[in-house]
Design a protein around this ligand. Structure first.
Ligand code: PMP
Length: 404
């Protein structure tokens, strides 16, 4: 059992008022709030050990390098990667996907296929489209059904010898659907295709085990798991990271440079050109420690309660329709209220101190599928409460009254 009030006290922002009302933060899918330990760790880094890493012989540089590498180790254990050098620090999910898509430009040929799902965030669509434009490969889409689940029988049919990479999110940001990625990975491997899993929306809710999943790449952002913005992780199996060319050239990622030829540094540095977000990388380890202390099993059980409670309460509102009713889903409720634009609802509830996301959630193909301009998305975290859901429901009723 989680002591929610104690947890809430860890997050200074949660005791704030917004527009004169106590903040109800239901936009966790966009970014999570940060506990005091994370905020403190950022200042501690700048106050005590700020220096550039992997370069200096001086003490501070070594302290910063050690802290950065310790954090890499924490992330390695968290996702159960086999080796620390399979864990690449990036600026976030988007960076990780682009790095892999860019690498595949050296592999794909005309007629090859990239399989992407209908449930993807734009950042797991556009880099693959760009890759296909560059290489002449074809982008093929795994369709979804009205519940917001992937149609797996169609996926089976789309897979072929032409498929070179399959890219799917672990959990959909717009609908909360938990995808059957183990099945997808196994099937894709049968035809020799690589698999990238976009874990951006999964890591706040579960502890991914990349060896158990057997995915080739797994990407996520630090800011959705209580860490700072501007840092994330690209996990890649060693064989793939060795095979792919580096994404960016520059300092840190080289072994030797002359004007005739450059040789690349070993992993993970080959994929870490330039001065990284050092504080971010270190503090991501702090965030992971914090979440593991609470425990992902506890987080999941509690968020499931919030999802069930929220779904039941919201459905009591007349004319409210939920999009994304998959059997397996996380604490995300995407919905519309008949006859009212989501943006108008979002604006009114904001005046009442409630933060929700409105719009297409960077997943326009999903909105096109449902033929709607967007939804209101309430995404719950382990620090939210049922009382906040009650406040939200009352605010929605008020908005409905005003707008209809
Ligand atoms: N994929 C998914 C499923 C996401 O939810 C997000 C963030 N909304 C991203 C990718 C992109 O993450 P970032 O903007 O942190 O790179």
């Amino acid at each position: 059992m989680l002591d929610i009030q104690k947890i809430r006290a860890d997050f200074p922002i949660l005791s704030q008022k917004v527009n004169g009302k106590p903040l109800v933060y239901f936009d966790n899918g966009a970014t999570s709030q940060k506990p005091q330990v994370v905020i403190d760790a950022i200042s501690k880094y700048y106050q005590e050990i700020n220096a550039n890493i992997h370069r200096g012989v001086h003490t501070l540089s070594q302290l910063a390098t050690d802290a950065y590498e310790v954090s890499r180790g924490k992330l390695q254990h968290h996702i159960n990667a086999k080796f620390p050098y399979e864990v690449i620090f990036t600026s976030g999910t988007t960076h990780g996907i682009n790095a892999v898509a860019n690498g595949f430009a050296s592999i794909l040929k005309v007629g090859d296929e990239v399989l992407v799902s209908a449930l993807e965030h734009h950042s797991n669509i556009v880099p693959w489209q760009m890759l296909c434009e560059k290489t002449g490969a074809k982008l093929v889409v795994i369709p979804m059904n009205v519940e917001g689940e992937l149609i797996i029988s169609e996926f089976d049919k789309l897979l072929s010898e032409k498929t070179k990479i399959v890219t799917v999110n672990h959990i959909s940001n717009a609908l909360g659907t938990l995808n059957p990625i183990k099945y997808i990975i196994d099937k894709a491997h049968e035809v020799g295709a690589a698999v990238l899993i976009d874990g951006a929306q999964a890591v706040p809710h579960l502890k991914p085990d990349v060896q158990d999943m057997d995915c080739d790449f797994y990407v996520f952002s630090g800011h959705k798991i209580c860490g700072p913005t501007g840092v994330g992780i690209l996990y890649g199996k060693e064989e793939w990271l060795r095979k792919l060319p580096p994404y960016q050239g520059g300092g840190e990622m080289i072994a030797t440079v002359s004007f005739e030829k450059t040789t690349y540094a070993d992993l993970p540095h080959k994929f870490e050109a330039g001065t990284p977000n050092i504080a971010g990388g270190i503090v991501l380890g702090t965030a992971i420690d914090y979440l593991n202390e609470i425990g992902f099993e506890n987080i999941q059980a509690y968020e499931h309660e919030l999802l069930e409670y929220g779904t039941k309460k919201l459905l009591e509102i007349e004319g409210l329709k939920i999009f994304g009713t998959a059997k397996e889903k996380t604490s995300v409720i995407s919905f519309n209220i008949e006859g009212i634009h989501p943006y108008d609802i979002g604006t009114i509830v904001d005046k009442l101190g409630i933060a929700v996301r409105t719009g297409h959630h960077c997943a326009q193909p999903i909105m096109d599928f449902y033929q709607i301009p967007g939804t209101i998305r309430a995404s719950f975290a382990f620090y939210n409460t049922k009382e906040e859901i009650d406040i939200f429901v009352e605010a929605l009723k008020k908005a409905q009254l005003m707008l209809s």
